[in-house]
Write a protein that binds this ligand. Sequence first.
Ligand code: PLP
Length: 361
Amino acid sequence: MPNFYNPEQIIRPEILTLSAYHVSPAAGMIKLDAMENPYPLPPVLRNEIAQLAANAPVNRYPDASATSLKATLRQALAISEDMDILLGNGSDEIIQIIAMAVARPDAVLLSVEPAFVMFRMIATFANIQYVGVPLNKDFSLDLEAMLAAIAKHKPAAIFLAYPNNPTGNLFDADTILSIIQATSGIVIIDEAYHAFADASLMNKLAEYPNLLLMRTLSKLGLAGLRLGLLVGRPKWLVQLEKVRLPYNVGIMTQLIAEKVLHHTDVLLEQAEAIKSERRKMLAYLNTITNIEVFPSDANFILFRIHAANQIFQALKQRKILIKNLDGTHPLLENCLRVTVGTPDENSQFCAALHNILSETV
Ligand SMILES: *Cc1c(COP(=O)(O)O)cnc(C)c1O
């Protein structure tokens, strides 16, 4: 019998010290924590999907190059013929593909803080050094600090979410372009919340050879399908394709995504409804004294409130689940993030918040 190793002896130390990505149990809760679209697909479309699923050849591997789905995406998202598309099992997987591909021994992956937590986590998974440059207090980009960090660390890749998560704001586009011009590495603009913002850097791809653009169907209403895409020059995507596992996008995802993408009007109408609810919620939150509400171009709202932890717990007791960001970064002290849900869910959230505040004051 050999002496079996303990995990401490063979798992990398940086993995041992990590805590797994926390997903809160949400059974029976009003779920406003994960930026999901609250609306189901219309019944007619669901019936068509049922037919597709019934006839899908699940005994076969899916199309490894997803040719048909990519053609549909190219049309639906108006992606130029000069650019290639890489598909991921959610855009999380695309971040991982990029991190693995650039993880040379001294490579650095750079982003801002606070940013999407997966940038940092995936850098650690891929054994690549992560540098997070703090945003300004109003969550705008600190260009000077970014340029200094770029000069110092010479990052292989910079990730910027546009709009940013968890803050909800769009960074200034000219500042982003200055960053793209200042770095020798690639810049990945993560447009996960594109449907809720009236801005995109898609039309800058042709101009900047080191720019890549990422989108996902998750926040648009298909989070359960797991489909993300990266758009960029063939010279980059040919290399990244080598790291992608051949069958990372399953047949159900390919079939259903393609079907729904032929009805993008449905998703865009839902996004409009969410944007209209966002306006109402922002207006309501702004009437409450002692709350600092941050502007949002996404399907969620970040706000700072006294005793955020207690408010978060009190909402939870009332079966309303939002995201508590207090303690995750100094700039997010006493900050909570609420996803925009259906009108009914949002009213319940607003009423609960009102009641909690009138009880505790
Ligand atoms: C939600 C989110 C993603 C992840 O999306 P998936 O496609 O579901 O993996 C990526 N980037 C940002 C900024 C997000 O908020």
